[in-house]
Design a binder for this molecule. Structure first.
Ligand code: SF4
Length: 439
């Protein structure tokens, strides 16, 4: 029975879940028009915790054992009962709390020097490699640190420089990316690598970086700060959460973008790259979504949410739109040599350019499922597979059939061993379901 490998997600140390919200676009009534998982090329949303449905397994960070250099000077007040959203005046209650400033930035850097996470794209001394910073930042969009590390290490082993990556075959890169999701990132990754190789090196300014394919406001700021030391304000989901708590923001941080950036800028006076990573680390290991450890926080003293006594009231959540519900069918013919029939999805749209099982478009349930089969065969139902995209939940009814070696190959189809097909996670689930039904 052919088996489908699943990438390892094990990773050392505390993980930093970082998510990036993709741009919403048209519903997936056809695969080519589908969107929701993929980011729109050239656009970028801020990586944020809001998109995380649940804390990933094993990602619970361990707080440092050392106390902060400046412990909180006052005990928390009694916890208010009403939800944060119901208290639009909450930010005004911090009259007794001073505004975060350069001294807090210095305390944060001091903490970072002792407690920074060891991550494979970081350097302790000297300037970081822009290729590794860029690659890690692209991979980390909407993906956890734990999931990214094995991919990052495989990519940098196979393509040690941006020139190596620029010379890679598209199919090899897409296959190596399989399982990381948000496949527009992989396409932009290649386009960006080729643009950088063509110009000879990464641009060294935020503005120059912003012009590269797939590099938006956040990523350009992160690379400029971390790799080139530019004094850029870097705000990802972790940083949004920290600042929302520091200020006891009464609105979702994305609605108070200027206030969030101004607060970060007020603390940032030196070592821009380290400062950016220190804020990220603080959010990932101390000021976590559900269990902030204020007693160990190096910037607890000016924190309004801590003073209020219930930091997890912040950040105030934006109301979420309900997910769409899509349906479809997938057909997996299996030859006696164990190969299955796959095809390549259109380049643009959801899972663009990835291998998939034959089937219907995703949207309304197909009126005649077998009209979408690759050919006539003794199809039997193998059950359903449900997959959650950012903006939609898709359920595919899977059909499987054993066919002879001489089975037809429809236009655009390829017979491949499942493990060699570079299937994205959804399609791995489809094929596993089909092969499981064969017994
Ligand atoms: S909520 Fe606690 S951990 Fe977060 S910034 Fe404030 S004091 Fe630090």
């Amino acid at each position: 029975m052919p088996s489908i490998p699943t990438p390892s997600t094990a990773a050392p140390g505390p993980a930093k879940p970082r998510r990036r919200k993709p741009s919403a676009s048209a519903p997936a009534t056809s695969p080519g028009a589908a969107a929701g998982e993929d980011a729109t090329p050239g656009e970028e949303a801020i990586p944020g915790e809001d998109a995380i449905p649940a804390e990933p397994s094993g990602a619970t960070p361990e707080p440092p054992s050392e106390p902060p250099s400046e412990p909180p000077s006052e005990p928390p007040s009694a916890a208010p009962g009403a939800p944060a959203r119901a208290r639009p005046d909450a930010v005004r209650t911090r009259s007794a709390v001073r505004t975060p400033g350069p001294a807090d930035g210095a305390a944060l850097l001091s903490w970072y020097d002792r407690h920074r996470r060891a991550l494979p794209w970081r350097v302790v001394e000297g300037r970081a490699d822009p290729y590794r910073v860029w690659l890690s930042e692209i991979m980390l969009q909407q993906t956890t640190v734990a999931a990214v590390i094995p991919y990052f290490e495989r990519f940098t082993r196979r393509w040690p420089t941006v020139v190596d990556l620029a010379g890679a075959e598209d199919g090899d890169v897409m296959a190596a990316w399989a399982g990381l999701g948000y496949y527009a990132r992989a396409r932009n990754l290649l386009a960006c690598a080729r643009a950088v190789a063509a110009r000879g090196a990464f641009p060294t300014t935020r503005e120059g970086l912003r012009a590269l394919p797939g590099v938006g406001d956040y990523t350009s700021a992160a690379i400029a700060a971390i790799a080139f030391g530019e004094t850029a304000v870097v705000v990802d989901g972790n940083v949004e959460r920290v600042v929302a708590r520091l200020l006891a923001l009464p609105v979702p941080p994305k609605s108070a973008r200027r206030e969030v950036e101004a607060s970060v800028a007020a603390m940032l006076t030196e070592r821009a790259g380290d400062f950016a990573q220190a804020m990220m680390d603080l959010g990932a290991t101390i000021c976590t979504p559900r269990n902030p450890v204020c007693a160990l926080c190096p910037i607890a003293e000016p924190c309004a949410a801590r003073t209020e006594g219930e930091p997890t009231r912040y950040p105030v959540k934006a109301e979420k739109k309900p997910r769409k519900v899509w349906q479809g069918v997938a057909f997996v013919p299996v030859r006696s040599d164990g190969t299955i029939l796959t095809r390549r999805r259109p380049e643009r749209g959801l899972l663009g350019g990835m291998s998939e099982a034959w089937g219907s478009p995703w949207g309304d349930a197909p009126a005649d499922p077998f009209a979408h089969a690759p050919f006539g065969a003794p199809w039997r139902p193998a059950g359903g597979v449900t997959h959650v995209f950012t903006h939609a939940t898709l359920t595919l009814d899977v059909f499987v059939a054993e066919v002879g070696e001489g089975a037809a190959t429809p236009t655009g189809g390829t017979w491949q061993a499942p493990a060699a097909a570079g299937l994205p996670t959804l399609m791995k689930k489809v094929v596993e379901r089909a092969l499981g039904a064969l017994g």
